[in-house]
Write a protein that binds this ligand. Structure first.
Ligand SMILES: C[S@@+](CC[C@H](N)C(=O)[O-])C[C@H]1O[C@@H](n2cnc3c(N)ncnc32)[C@H](O)[C@@H]1O
Length: 306
């Protein structure tokens, strides 16, 4: 389905081809063009749906954080399984919601009439008109946006926002932390993170969450507000609400470590498959170990176009 609002290219078979690696399916185009290295199969669709429910718990079921009195047009960058975009389209039937993703594989069969999903590479300049959207949403794109692209990515977002429109960005820093010092350099979780980040080298900025505030301010946005939420990897927090979030997130993390780690570690870093599996199993055990109190920093940042 295409929207009249964009010149985004029509769906082409080159975007549909997949390749199977170690039992998981990837988009051939994204792998060959070094755009995105996560699987796009049914397992990943399920995991993204589960992860979306984790976010809904973290954000108390709020999909949109800034105050937007009349939401008429929203853009979701990297819609994945379409979870956020569908819920926004359903909650705001008068809003035209457009999603862009390099991979169409995880898009749902049934979609609200006010949702249009398109295929494009967000590393390329946006083709949407200027001053067009009330809200641009971007969640978990750090492994797919080139490091050098971030300033112009934000500038593109600002260009397509209406004056007074808002951007909302959510990123996870995939380097497990613990405030009790129990995660050391030798920990499997830390080794998983070091290898994961090392696999992307200088091509991506996996620490982008901590830079969002300055990027948004440099792009001229105002009322920039950012916060870091420790996202528990399992049910360890003392606080009942956070423990519930951790319990819910546990399954997501157990699936995330092998899903997102496989291609970067075994294909880019050339870690032997057996070593990767051993490391992942140990990292999964640590993620589920309450005495380690592990969390991923989750960054949320919003800003308004003046
Ligand atoms: C980790 S998933 C997150 C999906 C969704 N935003 C969510 O929060 O559930 C990342 C998504 O971004 C897409 N993606 C990554 N890099 C991209 C790029 N350069 N252009 C377009 N889509 C990209 C991937 O295909 C994938 O669907």
């Amino acid at each position: 389905m295409t929207s009249p609002d964009s010149e985004t290219v029509e769906l082409d078979h080159e975007y549909l081809d997949t390749i199977t690696i170690e039992g998981r399916e990837y988009q051939k185009y994204a792998i060959e063009n070094r755009i995105y290295f996560g699987p796009v199969d049914d397992d990943e669709t399920d995991r993204l749906e589960l992860q979306h429910r984790v976010f809904n718990k973290v954000f108390d079921n709020r999909l949109i954080f800034p105050p937007i009195p009349r939401l008429r047009r929203a853009l979701d960058c990297g819609y994945g399984a379409g979870t956020w975009a569908i819920e926004v389209a359903e909650q705001y039937p008068d809003c035209e919601v457009i999603g862009v993703d390099i991979s169409p594989h995880m898009q749902p069969d049934d979609m609200p009439d006010n949702l249009w999903l398109q295929v494009d590479d967000l590393n390329r300049p946006f083709t949407f008109p200027s001053n067009h959207f009330d809200l641009v949403h971007s969640r978990l794109l750090a492994t797919g946006i080139n490091r050098s692209r971030w300033p112009s990515y934000i500038q593109d977002i600002v260009r397509v926002l209406k004056p007074g429109g808002w951007v909302q960005i959510v990123e996870i820093y995939f380097n497990a932390q613990s405030d009790n010092g129990s995660i050391t350099e030798q920990s499997a979780l830390r080794q998983w993170s070091i290898n994961f980040m090392g696999a992307f080298g200088q091509t991506r900025d996996l620490r982008i969450g901590a830079r969002l505030k300055s990027l948004l301010m440099e792009a001229g946005l105002v009322e920039v507000d950012t916060r870091m939420i420790p996202l528990p990897l399992s049910a360890w927090p003392g606080d009942a609400r956070m423990r519930d979030i951790g319990a819910f997130n546990r399954d997501n993390i157990q699936r995330l470590l092998p899903a997102l780690g496989s291609y970067p570690l075994t294909r880019r870093l050339r870690m032997p498959q057996e070593q990767f599996q051993r490391l992942t199993i140990q990292a999964q055990q640590e993620a589920g170990n309450p005495s380690l109190k592990p969390y991923f920093p989750l960054y949320v940042c919003i800003g308004r176009k003046p």
